[in-house]
Design a binder for this molecule. Sequence first.
Ligand SMILES: *Cc1c(COP(=O)(O)O)cnc(C)c1O
Length: 399
Amino acid sequence: MDPREYIELEELYGAHNYKPLDVVLNRGQGIWVWDVQGNKYMDCLSAYSAVNQGHCHPKIMAAMTEQAKQLTLTSRAFRNDQLGLFYKELCDITHSHKVLPMNSGAESVETVIKAVRKWGYKVKGVPEEKAEIIVCQNNFHGRTITIVGFSTDPTAREGFGPFTPGFKVIPFGDAKAFEEAITPNTVGFLVEPIQGEGGVIIPPDGYLRTVRELCRRNKVVLILDEIQTGLGRTGKLLAEEHEGIEADLTLIGKALSGGFYPVSAVLSNSEVLGVLRPGEHGSTFGGNPLACAVARTALKVLIEENMIENAALMGEYFLHELKRINNPKIKEVRGKGLLIGLELFPDAGGARRYCEKLMTKGLLCKETHEHIIRFAPPLVITKQDIDWALERIAPVLSE
Ligand SMILES: *Cc1c(COP(=O)(O)O)cnc(C)c1O
């Protein structure tokens, strides 16, 4: 079939809630993907950081197919032999006490909202129905009604109300604003260590440390959404490590399965998730043996194959080399590890056209917001691959 035909089918029968680049892919390996005509591309998006381990990692694939032959779904009505091991291994590497497994990232965000509200009523002593959660401007936490209700992106929220009450929005990166927003009814602060969808926005040094201390002093649960920044992306297992802190609750998803399968999780100290009783929360697929087997191996290869160290080293090199591109269209290049944003001045005409042009040169990336190109390749990228990418990026930007 001609690529146009696949595109027409999608356009005709599918809802138009995305505007993808017109490249029809059917194969992936490591940092590379191929289209239906056999053209090869470097993937510099990694499915929004869900394929940190690289496409079709052979060990994760083996774990998935082996488990698929054995047992895939029990529901949580029964136990299975993968779940406890998944919990233990995840807690060991992230220094957590408890885990609640879900599927999509948005579901784990919804899960923490429930858990932290309940904790507020049961433990902190907030009056019923009064719990407040503080979030940041320019956030991205997913697409459910509750989550888009506290988004500040008009495209994400307009036309979808009425929304869930109980959220307060403050500027990102401003610890003073956070301190002033806290009331006796504040139960949690939900924040991304780096705003990924927001355009790779890095808060000032020390921000998370200050916020950590303010949360402790005011008995507010610090919730870090590491669904995008976590699992090696920024050169650490969790981005919180850059500031030497530990959140009370951490959300992970995306790369937790290496891109094979939707797996997300809430990581917690024992107090907060401890408030949930049987029947109060759940998911048919959450914690299923297939998901657990895939996630256990996805975590294992991330660590055993030194992908986190590689992300730190290669990220530093990529960032350094992008910064060296001398082009008046570039406003700023910023990033941590392999989460890099290149912001163009508005008169460059928008980031989309450069992404389209890069696609014709064999490099896939995606604009975020109007003027920012995000470079977030799988963490298995080599220096040679980065040089290959740079040879294409610099000329395209100067066209
Ligand atoms: C992608 C993302 C989510 C939502 O995850 P889904 O699996 O798409 O629901 C939430 N938070 C952050 C920071 C993300 O990048």
